[in-house]
Write a protein that binds this ligand. Structure first.
Ligand SMILES: [Zn+2]
Length: 113
């Protein structure tokens, strides 16, 4: 399952950070998650909760910061929220949109004690 691998990656980062900061408990993990990152959030939360049992991250809150899918037109530079996977610029109707946001999948911040 893709989400399980993602959850493991997040937990690795959090545990590594906690170890470096001599933290005993991980309270909150802020995650930047793009609309098009390909992650099912409910599934990710489920995987994360099952993974953290017995670790210092048990009970930690996973705070998801969802990033919309935004594209910029190659022809006119117009920036827009991409909907329905329509990658043609709505402003000029000609240019293709390059994705500038929406694929993020990264730990944004960690709160540890
Ligand atoms: Zn355009």
């Amino acid at each position: 399952m893709h989400e399980m691998a993602v959850a493991e990656g997040i937990l690795d980062i959090a545990l590594d950070y906690a170890a470096k900061n001599q933290a005993e408990k991980i309270g909150k993990i802020g995650l930047r998650l793009g609309e098009m990152a390909g992650v099912e959030t409910e599934s990710l939360e489920f995987c994360f909760e099952s993974l953290v049992k017995g670790t210092i991250a048990e009970g930690a809150e996973l705070a998801l910061h969802r990033m919309p899918l935004v594209g910029r037109c190659r022809k006119c530079g117009h920036e827009t929220h991409i909907e329905h996977y329509n990658f043609i610029c709505p402003a000029c109707g000609k240019g293709a949109l390059d994705i500038i946001s929406g694929r993020e999948l990264q730990v944004e911040y960690l709160e540890v004690d």
